[in-house]
Design a protein around this ligand. Structure first.
Ligand SMILES: Cc1cc2nc3c(=O)[nH]c(=O)nc-3n(C[C@H](O)[C@H](O)[C@H](O)COP(=O)(O)OP(=O)(O)OC[C@H]3O[C@@H](n4cnc5c(N)ncnc54)[C@H](O)[C@@H]3O)c2cc1C
Length: 506
């Protein structure tokens, strides 16, 4: 069966995936007059930023904190254009409490700039020149990003929008284009400061997938500074789902349509140009072809090459194949009695348990704790969500029994580790559940359950990353594989770029 149910006069756009990137692109396109259909294989929209409910608790699947909600921030700009209210929020202060191995007092990443400067001077004496450089690079990079550059450029229009975002104030960043955070630490003679280096490794791994030695300095300057005012990180009241819900509301307000439990099995092309998609209704098993003038794929680059016939994107496929392995996540979701939570517990904590181990595989946990009255837990209860990076491939090897055993070991170890800070006596744990890369693959359809994009190494960030344009005409890529990378704010930039490019092409 083949159909084109959209109106004849409007340009027809099919969006593959209702993650924050796909929903944002779809809602903006609907607002700008396109006939939009979004398809998602999951039960609820939001992908890695969705939620699930268990025994009165609401758990955020992946993303728990949001950047870009302040005036001028990317979510705020997009919600303004969509004429939808931003969901209610509470600022995270400290944005994160970071515990180094064996230390009982955390390094608090305060929201107030001055307070954070005092904290880091106390924690890492002698490192202030390094932080001053980071501050300057951030100020320049932020102004540059606010001018909506297109990165990496793939045609003259992109190049024009990149070049016109570069001003005199951007010039300070040029000498650092190929530098890593490790290079800057060496430049200021603080590379040997083990606590500082470890703190940076831990925080950067969260935002860029890689440590200080590998993370591109210009990316790090922004990632490390968005926790402070006038930017800042926020918790959404209710749960992360409200972000997707409001985007769906906007999509439908402007005549767009969302179909859940529909998987796109193939993106169809003819003579190097997109023609539509092949869809399977997962409830009925019905398969059909939907014609489209444009297709926006809200998937990873690794998924994209599986959806498009390889010979039309052979070079692209080779580039994807050469990417370093992406991480997976192991996540434990706990519904607990409030008695489990220490007095004054910050909303986000990060623990490293051993200086010699890798930052991942349970040696490090990033923890998000619900606040009383934030809508995630019944009265007197709370949610604790802890995640660690893990080798995604490892979870696909061996038998079902071996997989179950590995999962049990990871769960036991994570609970023991968390028990060092929280009171996790059996009577305090009401619900317990875990997610591995296999879980992420199933619920978000991400290849092997990899999360967080392609990483922000010098070779893969900004100008050297994957573009929103693909080698197939009228096929666009949106999401955390593209500039500026992972996070709901990042994928919203990516969506806005695609929408501008589609408009320009029209
Ligand atoms: C454990 C964890 C913690 C995180 N913490 C944070 C955080 O605190 N703050 C933050 O900002 N970010 C965080 N992130 C990152 C953030 O969640 C992601 O970068 C972002 O949500 C990705 O959005 P996306 O639009 O790229 O796509 P995704 O979230 O991957 O969504 C893609 C959607 O497309 C659908 N789909 C894919 N293929 C198909 C197909 N063929 N047919 C139909 N549907 C398809 C999927 O079902 C999914 O709904 C975290 C991620 C993880 C895993």
């Amino acid at each position: 069966m083949s159909s084109n149910k959209g109106s004849k006069s409007k340009s027809r756009v099919v969006v593959v995936g209702a993650g924050i990137g796909g929903l944002t692109a779809g809602a903006l396109l609907a607002r700008r007059g396109y006939d939009v259909l979004i398809l998602d294989q999951a039960i609820v929209p939001g992908g890695c930023a969705s939620t699930f409910k268990r025994r009165g608790f609401i758990f955020d699947v992946g993303a728990t904190q949001v950047a870009g909600l302040e005036p001028g921030g990317i979510h705020k700009r997009i919600f303004d254009e969509l004429e939808v209210d931003l969901p209610p929020t509470t600022p995270c202060d400290p944005a994160c409490a970071v515990f180094l191995p064996g230390e009982k007092q955390p390094i608090n990443v305060w929201r107030d700039r001055e307070k954070w400067a005092v904290e880091r001077q106390k924690q890492f004496p002698g490192s202030e020149p390094f932080w001053q450089l980071m501050g300057k690079l951030f100020a320049a990079s932020w102004k540059f990003q606010a001018r909506d550059p297109v990165l990496p450029p793939r045609n003259l229009w992109d190049l024009w929008h990149l070049v016109s975002s570069i001003r005199l104030d951007t010039s300070i960043t040029f000498p650092f284009t190929f530098a890593t955070v490790g290079d800057a630490l060496r430049l200021y003679g603080v590379y040997g400061d083990k606590r500082l280096k470890t703190f940076l490794d831990m925080q950067l791994k969260l935002y860029s997938q890689v440590d200080a030695d590998e993370t591109a300095l210009l990316y790090a300057a922004t990632a490390l500074a968005v926790s402070q005012e006038p930017q800042g990180l926020y918790h959404l009241q209710g749960s992360m789902q409200v972000l997707s819900d409001r985007l769906v509301e906007a999509l439908e307000k402007y005549g767009g349509k969302l179909l859940m439990r529909h998987t796109v099995e193939k993106i169809n092309t003819k003579s190097g140009k997109v023609t539509g998609v092949t869809i399977r209704d997962l409830k009925t098993g019905e398969v059909w072809t939907e014609n489209a003038d444009r297709v926006v794929a809200n998937v990873t680059t690794q998924n994209l090459v599986q959806l498009v016939e390889t010979d039309s994107i052979a070079n692209y496929q080779r580039r994807v194949d050469k990417l370093p392995d992406a991480s997976g996540a192991f996540v434990i979701y706990l519904g607990v009695d409030r008695a489990a939570i220490p007095e004054g517990c910050p909303p986000h904590l990060q623990f490293l348990y051993d200086y010699n181990g890798p930052i991942g595989e349970n040696n490090s946990l990033f923890v998000s704790v619900s606040k009383a009255g934030d809508g995630r837990a019944p009265e007197g209860k709370a949610t604790i969500i802890a995640s660690s990076f893990t080798d995604a491939q490892m979870w696909w090897q061996g038998t079902k029994e071996e997989y179950d055993k590995l999962k049990q070991e990871y769960t036991k170890e994570a609970i023991e580790r968390l028990g060092e800070y929280f009171n996790l006596s059996p009577e305090n744990i009401i619900h317990q559940e875990t997610a591995t890369p296999r879980t992420f693959a199933r619920f978000t359809a991400r290849d092997r359950g990899i999360v967080g994009g392609i990483g922000q190494r010098v070779s893969t960030f900004g100008p050297f990353g994957f573009a929103t344009r693909t080698p197939v005409k009228h096929l666009w890529l949106v999401g955390d594989s593209t500039h500026p990378g992972e996070g709901t704010a990042g994928v919203s930039y990516s969506a806005l770029t695609v929408v501008r490019q589609i408009e320009a092409a029209k």
